[in-house]
Design a binder for this molecule. Structure first.
Ligand SMILES: *Cc1c(COP(=O)(O)O)cnc(C)c1O
Length: 400
C-alpha cells in the first residue's frame, strides 16, 4: 500500500489508496479492445457480488445513479413518499425527487446516527413506499427493526451502504454483510475516492431480486436491449436484422468504463486489508480520546458489530461551547497543523432546495440537527501511518 509521495504532509479527512498494481490494472485495460462495455464490467460485478454474498450486482457510473435506479426499478414515482435520515449525502434523498416522489426525513438514533426505528414508526405516513436506511460512517441502522416496520406497511427497504463497502453487522453471533442480509431489498455502494474502495467515480446496486436486477441493467443503458429473446417487434414490420435493437423503457446512460472496473477489481483484492487498517485506526483514536470530557467517540448500536464495520468516517461529537471554541476555529487550528477535518453532513432537509420545495425546516429532526451542531470528521484512510494517527491525536488533545 503505497501512494506516490504527496507534495505535503497534509492529512485530509479521507483519500484513496492507489498502488502500482492498481496503475498496472488500469493500464492493461486501457490497452485492451474495450474501454467500455467490455468484459471487465461483468467481471467486476461477479467479483463484487461474490465478495458481499449477493445474487446480483449492477455496476454504474456513481452511487447516485445506483440510488436513482433503485427508485426506478421499484416503480417509485409521483404520489409516493421515500423516507431517509437527514445526516447523509444529498443523493440519498435526491433519488426520490429524481422520479417525482417526495423525499422525506425521519430522525436518527443519537448513538449510531442512523435511522431510528421508533421515529420512523411514529412519523409514518400512508404514502410511504420506500425507506432508505443510510449506514452512517459504515455502521448499519437497526435493519431488522426498520424492515419489520416498513414491510408491514408495504414499503420496500433500500440500504444506502455507500459508507460501508465490505462491512456488515452481527446479531446473536451471526454475521450479516451489507448487500447480503435479508432486511433490504436493494443495497447501494459508492466507489468515490474517499470511500473504502474506489473506481474514481462509480457505484453499484446489489439485490437478490431477479426482476430488479434485469430492470436496472436495462435502464443503465437507455432502456435498450439487443437480446432477441426480449424483442417484442412492436411497431416494426421490416426485417429485424443483426443491427436490430429495441428500447423498452426510458433509461439513462449510467454506464461505467472497463478501466474503472479494472481498478475496482484490483481494489477489491485489497479491501479486506483496507478495512482491517481502518478498524485499527478507529480503535487507536477511540482509545486516545476516551477520557476527553468535551469529545464523544463513535458509539455502536451493538457491541458485537465492533469487528464487522467497514469504517468510512471517523466522526466525533465535540461540545464546542465547553471547549470555548467555534467549530470553524477548531478546523482552522487543525488545518494549521496540516490536519484536515470535515463536517458530514449538513442535514439535507435544511438545504435551501428542500426548504423551498417541501417546506421543511428546523426542528423536523432534532437529533440529527443536534448531531450536525457537534459533528466533526477526522482523517481516516488506510494509508495513514501510526505517526499520522499520533499527529491527529496530539492536535486534538492540544485543542483544549
Ligand atoms: C457518497 C455517497 C453517495 C453518493 O455516491 P456517489 O458515488 O458520489 O454518487 C450516496 N449516499 C451516501 C451516504 C454517500 O456517502
Amino acid at each position: 500500500m503505497s501512494n506516490p509521495p504527496s507534495s505535503s504532509d497534509f492529512l485530509p479527512y479521507g483519500r484513496q489508496s492507489i498502488d502500482q498494481t492498481d496503475i498496472e490494472a488500469v493500464c492493461e485495460a486501457l490497452c485492451s479492445d474495450f474501454l467500455t462495455c467490455g468484459p471487465r464490467v461483468e467481471e467486476f460485478e461477479k467479483a463484487f457480488a461474490e465478495f458481499v454474498g449477493a445474487k446480483h450486482a449492477v455496476v454504474v457510473c456513481n452511487a447516485t445513479a445506483a440510488l436513482h435506479l433503485a427508485m426506478m426499478v421499484a416503480k417509485i414515482g409521483p404520489g409516493d413518499r421515500v423516507v431517509t435520515s437527514p445526516n447523509t449525502f444529498l443523493s440519498s434523498a435526491n433519488c426520490a425527487a429524481f422520479v417525482g416522489a417526495t423525499p422525506d426525513f425521519s430522525d436518527i438514533d443519537p448513538r449510531s446516527y442512523t435511522l431510528c426505528p421508533k421515529a420512523l414508526e411514529a412519523n409514518w405516513k400512508p404514502d410511504t413506499k420506500a425507506v432508505i436506511a443510510v449506514a452512517y460512517a459504515g455502521q448499519s441502522a437497526d435493519m431488522p427493526k426498520i424492515s419489520r416496520i416498513a414491510r408491514a406497511k408495504g414499503a420496500i427497504v433500500i440500504e444506502d451502504a455507500c459508507h460501508g463497502t465490505g462491512g456488515g453487522f452481527k446479531i446473536d453471533g451471526t454475521v450479516y454483510k451489507q448487500g447480503a442480509h435479508p432486511w433490504a431489498d436493494m443495497t447501494t455502494f459508492s466507489f468515490h475516492p474517499v470511500k473504502t474502495l474506489t473506481t474514481g467515480e462509480g457505484g453499484i446496486l446489489v439485490t437478490e431480486n431477479d426482476e430488479y436486477a434485469a430492470s436496472a441493467r436495462l435502464l443503465r443503458t437507455h432502456g435498450m436491449t439487443r437480446n432477441p429473446d426480449d424483442f417484442s417487434g412492436l411497431g416494426f414490420e421490416s426485417e429485424m436484422g443483426p443491427w436490430y435493437y429495441e428500447m423498452h423503457d426510458l433509461g439513462y446512460n449510467f454506464r461505467i468504463t472497463d478501466f474503472q472496473c479494472a481498478l475496482g477489481l484490483n481494489q477489491l483484492k485489497k479491501l479486506p486489508e483496507f478495512i482491517r487498517h481502518r478498524r485499527e485506526i478507529v480503535a487507536r483514536y477511540n482509545h486516545a480520546f476516551a477520557g476527553i470530557p468535551w469529545l464523544a467517540t463513535p458509539q455502536l448500536l451493538r457491541a458485537e458489530d465492533r469487528d464487522e464495520i467497514s469504517w468510512h468516517l471517523y466522526s466525533v461529537r465535540i461540545d464546542f461551547p465547553a471547549l470555548s471554541k467555534s467549530r470553524s476555529q477548531v478546523m482552522a487550528e487543525l488545518r494549521e497543523k496540516n490536519i484536515g477535518s470535515q463536517v458530514l453532513y449538513i442535514p439535507v432537509h435544511l438545504q435551501p432546495y428542500y426548504r423551498k420545495t417541501y417546506q421543511y425546516g428546523k426542528d423536523k429532526c432534532p437529533e440529527a440537527e443536534k448531531f450536525y451542531a457537534e459533528a466533526l470528521s477526522l482523517p481516516l484512510y488506510p494509508l495513514m501511518t501510526d505517526d499520522d494517527v499520533d499527529r491527529v491525536v496530539s492536535a486534538v488533545l492540544e485543542l483544549a
